[in-house]
Write a protein that binds this ligand. Structure first.
Ligand code: FES
Length: 127
């Protein structure tokens, strides 16, 4: 059996939503201390809905596939739902990840949460 699912390979080879958003409403950057990989998520939010999302990931193929899938899963969703995104949901949507690569999907969950946190912090400082 192949180590990686077709979906993982697809999102790794053709990652969706790669790049940065200028004047993003929320930016989250996280890193994994062990492997040194870094993931950055940019959110554009209007009326509490994620209207655009992009990512920059300097990391392994599983981290890139996880970022790509996570951005697809949160695009167009209300912020309250985005906060419920888990690494398990990302892993399932990818058709699974090898056990030693599950931590790569955790980066996606953490980066999305960090971006939402950044959004809330900015919003509250504008009041
Ligand atoms: Fe570091 Fe995958 S090995 S995120």
């Amino acid at each position: 059996m192949a180590l990686y699912s077709e979906k993982v390979m697809d999102h790794f080879r053709n990652p969706r939503n790669v790049g940065a958003i200028e004047n993003a409403d929320g930016v989250g950057e996280v890193g994994n201390a062990k492997c040194g990989d870094i993931m950055k998520i940019y959110l554009k939010i209007e009326d509490e809905v994620v209207t655009d999302v992009k990512f920059e990931t300097f990391g392994c193929g599983s981290a890139i596939a996880s970022s790509s899938m996570a951005t697809e899963m949160i695009k167009g969703k209300p912020v309250s739902e985005v906060l419920k995104l888990t690494n398990q949901a990302v892993t399932e949507a990818l058709g699974g990840l090898p056990a030693h690569k599950v931590h790569c999907s955790v980066l996606a969950e953490e980066a999305v949460r960090a971006a939402v946190k950044d959004y809330y912090e900015h919003r509250s400082s504008e009041c």
